[in-house]
Design a binder for this molecule. Structure first.
Ligand SMILES: [Zn+2]
Length: 493
């Protein structure tokens, strides 16, 4: 048996000004990994790819790994990059393949297609109409009929932060292996509701997402092969972003349809709970200032690079400085110019420079606004570390050259490449011990919880500036093909 295992992942924020060329798909290390390099990079990691690889090798298959491509969220995937990655997979399938394992995201939008995953799967199916295909997806997938119709079994993460990536791959892989062996005949049913839940309302350990995921697990325990609830990725101007459910049953299409419908109804009934109400920034920071025991997390969620943020807006940092908070560490501002200047100045040098705010954000009518900062360069590193926390465990992180700029009350990590803080290594790798700080400003939405929730005494969500803003009224959705809640308050299911 010959198996192909591949990864092609990107969550596309169509409102983001951050470009997405092929060189972004090596998670900061450069181009994607091809062939044996893909295996070496992801073997044993907590990823769908890692799980698929282990499963195919354990089964004694001849395994091809044409590509492992994963980019931090950003704007539209360049057409050439999309084609190059798709062709790598198509060629490997064409060269001979009895079972295909794909680690995808589900919310990829390219310059050439609104449905990155569906278009890829359709091309594969055209090439090999009967090929068994297992697909692992992110909880933020924006599902399409084209995706569901063109694979054998599709399973999404049941956690956010995403700590069950390998488990999801193993789950999808197991169903398809059973199909290959004739032990199961997977049939899928799916549906969606016209609602775009807020990402800050999709954490798996709280309502309203938690109970939906629990019910999906109960349905699986009751005999469904898999039931996945997708919250969707809201910052995508495509025809139908938002919430969906995919159920996989063994032979019984009616059973799958009933399971999906039950969860869709439950989600729709709770749609108001998926709306996020934000607090004015100055009030959030003032509230944090009154808190005594640290670490207190200040979550700068409007500029989360893992949702397509530029990771260089300065509004929250400026407010923290204005209100005089002390013993603060910030992760992180992406500013290659500032990094270069500080590397040239050297450790110990005092510098004054315009920090951040280098990127304009035309889709939300904002120009980049740097903040002039004076401080001492405390550390310079290569920005690499191995993740030890529960999310993407064992993976290598590449932040580019990384510098700590110390103003006295505030230590700011300045990096060259986008990296969301979900692991304590983000601070420790540059010599800051996060457990010892009173305040940690994190440019993140939910993934910080994986590494930082266990050390946090308090969490304060801070609504700053950025293309991952919680204020949907900033964004112009032009492609929506149905009235969608909460953009339309009385949208119908
Ligand atoms: Zn996600």
């Amino acid at each position: 048996m010959r198996a192909v295992v591949a990864m092609m992942k990107h969550e596309t924020n169509t409102f983001s000004p951050v470009p997405t060329p092929l060189a972004r798909f090596g998670r900061g290390s450069g181009e994607p990994w091809y062939g044996s390099a893909a295996r070496d990079a992801f073997r044993g990691t907590n990823t769908g790819f890692g799980a698929f690889l282990a499963m195919a090798e354990d089964a004694g298959f001849d395994v091809a790994t044409p590509i492992a491509a994963s980019a931090a969220p950003s704007g539209l995937v360049e057409a050439a990059a999309y084609e190059r990655m798709s062709v790598a997979i198509l060629e490997a399938v064409d060269a001979g393949c009895d079972v295909l394992f794909l680690d995808l995201h589900g919310a990829m939008v390219a310059e050439s297609t609104d449905d990155g995953e569906g278009t890829l799967l359709e091309r594969i199916r055209r090439l090999k109409p009967d090929l068994p295909i297992a697909v692992a997806l992110d909880l933020h997938a924006n599902m399409t009929d084209r995706m569901v119709r063109n694979c054998t079994a599709l399973v999404g993460y049941k956690t956010y932060p995403h700590i069950d990536m390998a488990a999801t791959g193993a789950h999808a892989g197991r169903i398809v292996m059973d199909a290959v062996a004739g032990r199961a005949v997977p049939v899928m049913a799916w549906g969606s509701r016209p609602m775009i839940p807020h990402t800050l309302r999709m954490g798996h350990d709280e309502a309203p997402m938690g109970p939906l995921l629990e019910r999906a697990r109960a349905q699986e325990a009751g005999g469904l092969l898999a039931v996945s609830v997708f919250g969707g990725f809201p910052l995508a101007d495509i025809p139908q972003p938002g919430l969906s459910v995919v159920a996989v049953a063994d032979r019984d299409g009616q059973q799958a349809a009933r399971a999906a419908l039950e969860l869709l109804d439950q989600a729709w009934e709770n749609r108001a709970a998926f709306v996020y109400d934000s607090e004015p920034l100055a009030r959030s920071v003032a509230r944090a200032k009154e808190m005594t025991e640290g670490p207190i997390l200040l979550v700068d969620h409007a500029d989360n690079c893992a949702s397509g943020g530029t990771q260089d807006t300065m509004a929250v940092i400026a407010e923290v400085m204005r209100q005089g908070l002390e013993d603060v560490a910030v992760f992180a501002v992406v500013d290659p110019e500032a990094v270069a200047a500080m590397v040239a100045a050297g450790v110990g040098a005092q510098v004054t420079l315009p920090l951040g705010g280098k990127t304009d954000m035309p889709t939300i009518g904002q120009d980049g606004q740097p903040l002039e900062v004076t401080g001492t360069v405390r550390a310079i590193t290569d920005g690499q570390f191995t993740v030890t926390g529960p999310m993407s465990t064992g993976s290598r992180a590449y932040m580019g050259r990384s510098v700590v700029l110390d103003t006295g009350p505030v230590q700011i990590v300045v990096i060259e490449q986008h990296h969301e803080p979900f692991d304590l290594g983000a601070f420790r790798s540059v010599g800051i011990e996060p457990t010892q700080k009173r305040y940690l400003v994190l440019k993140s939405r939910i993934h910080y919880r994986a590494g930082f929730k266990p050390i946090a005494r308090q969490v304060v969500e801070c609504d700053g500036v950025g293309v991952t803003s919680s204020d949907y009224s900033l964004f112009r959705f032009r492609k929506l093909n149905r009235a969608t809640y909460p953009l339309v308050a009385d949208a119908q299911p």
